[in-house]
Design a binder for this molecule. Structure first.
Ligand SMILES: [Zn+2]
Length: 368
């Protein structure tokens, strides 16, 4: 492991602009880097499915076939604003110069650490298990890279996703699934002063529907939120249209389904009560997943953490990641903390020490 080389790689990667849907340059760069390291590399051109110029990159490092293959997973896109990032080190931590600009340690710390581990393997001729690298695009806008990935290109049945906050040792045993809702409530206009009886207030119906919804922290595993409540008009006309956009999440699939039914039912009931018409769409963005410490991928991680002298601590995540999609394809996957702090903000930073530990962890995970 070469700490200086890792830091250089990280600095280079974060200076490549790769905001979601504009990842092309970063994709080409990691493809080239993997090829130069002598790995077999594959891509899938799925960018046009979500308006991106990028593509997923797969790298294959042959290894001892008697050992179970591991998939190393990270994403190439960054949130906005991630443009012309200028990284610097202060007191052992890396920041971006402009305090309104992200650092993009999410997820270029993961990508750089995987690269450094592979470089070390090649340099020292280390023996490894079979390794599959999956670098996705479009993660930040709804896991689009993973959702559209060609999973026939991945043979492994366990994956580690290097894409979470928290220090090395933080292991996300469960991520919620998420469902998005769009409700449109149609009422009937009438003069609000002269003949309100002839009208049906879309606002009244929608408001009652929302008022009856279990929202925010529904239970330990389940959350729900209204993002948009939109209805506009003059006060002297009974409102004939309202729109409500909402989401629900749960780490338990049955609870998520129950919350979906509940939110739709209370909105239907409110519309029926007032005679409003309801149109709605729901879309399960991704399903939840759970792993247990007995699962192979956790066993592998525990052993690797131990070798580094780090304790494993299991946490529950409030958001989805590529791990959710891996599970939908029969891959046992966990997201892990790699030391990134305050991701998605101008205060984003990461300790150099955590970056180094992540590379060492990758080495432990893959070595035979
Ligand atoms: Zn991320």
């Amino acid at each position: 492991m070469n700490e200086k080389r890792l830091l250089d790689t990280f600095f280079e990667y974060v200076q490549i602009n790769s905001e979601t849907r504009n990842e092309k340059e970063m994709c080409e760069r990691v493809k080239k880097d993997l090829e130069e390291l002598g790995l077999r590399v594959d891509v899938d051109m799925i960018g046009d499915k979500f308006g991106s110029n990028g593509f997923n990159v797969y790298g294959y490092l042959d290894g001892d076939e008697s050992l179970e293959p591991v998939i190393l997973s990270a994403h190439l896109d960054t949130v906005v604003p991630g443009y012309e990032i200028k990284p610097y080190v202060k007191d052992g931590r890396i920041y971006s110069e402009t305090d309104t600009m992200i650092l993009a340690s999410d997820d270029k710390a993961g990508v750089s650490a995987i690269m450094e581990a592979v470089k070390t393997v090649k340099e020292q001729g280390l023996k490894t298990r079979p390794v599959e690298i999956f670098f996705s695009v479009g993660e930040e806008c709804g896991l689009h890279g993973a959702k559209n990935a060609d999973y026939s290109k991945l043979k492994g049945k366990m994956a580690v996703v290097f894409d979470m906050g928290g220090d090395i040792g933080t292991t996300c045993y469960t991520c919620p699934g998420q469902t998005n809702f769009e409700f449109e409530i149609f009422g009937k206009t009438a003069h609000a002063g002269i003949e309100p009886e002839a009208g049906v207030s879309a606002i009244q119906a929608a408001a009652e529907g929302v008022a009856h919804m279990k929202l925010l922290r529904v239970d330990e595993e389940t959350t729900a939120n209204i993002g948009t409540f939109k209805a506009e008009g003059p006060t002297n006309i009974v409102s004939n249209y309202a729109k409500v956009v909402a989401e629900a999440r749960s780490t338990d699939l049955a609870k998520l389904e129950e919350q979906e039914k509940h939110m739709i039912q209370v909105m239907k009931d409110a519309c029926d009560k007032y005679g409003a018409e309801l149109k709605y769409t729901t879309a399960r963005s991704y399903n939840p997943y759970k792993v247990t410490p007995e699962d192979n991928v956790c066993q592998l991680l525990e052993k690797a953490y131990k070798a580094l002298g780090c304790d494993i601590h299991y946490v529950r995540s409030g958001g989805g990641c590529d791990s959710n999609i891996h599970h939908e394809h029969g891959i046992q996957s966990v997201g892990i903390g790699i030391g990134m702090c305050k991701a998605h903000t101008g205060a984003e930073n990461i300790a150099v020490d955590q970056l180094n530990k992540t590379a060492l962890l990758v080495l432990e995970l893959i070595k035979a």
